[in-house]
Design a protein around this ligand. Structure first.
Ligand code: FES
Length: 107
């Protein structure tokens, strides 16, 4: 497998109800992951993009969080409806989706 141009890390962290940090799981990260995997298959990005479920990335309050390398750009408040834009604009178009970026004082 060639090295992918982009690697997407999708926070899949869950925590018990009422936990003070909350979690991306309670903010819909499962749907986000499912949509990334669906579009990955549809677009056949097998040698361009890698997608990995990960534990807590850091700023839980902004979840669901999605981190893209090599740029190290963190997207927050991501829903399944945002996945197309991340694919089209960033993963394939090489231009980060500004409206989804976590503010620089948090990341
Ligand atoms: S739980 Fe997702 S960033 Fe912390």
């Amino acid at each position: 497998m060639p090295r992918p141009a982009k690697h997407v890390f999708i926070c899949s962290q869950a925590r018990p109800p009422g936990h003070p940090r909350g979690s991306c799981a309670e903010k819909g990260c499962r749907e986000v992951m499912d949509e990334f995997l669906f579009q990955f298959q549809q677009r056949q990005c097998f040698d361009k993009v890698a997608i990995t479920a990960t534990g807590c990335i850091g700023p839980c309050s902004t979840g669901s969080n999605v981190l893209v390398y090599p740029e190290g750009i963190l997207y927050g408040g991501v829903t399944k409806d945002d996945v197309s834009a991340i694919f089209d604009e960033h993963l394939l178009g090489d231009k980060p989706v500004e409206r989804l970026k976590v503010p620089s004082d948090l990341w």
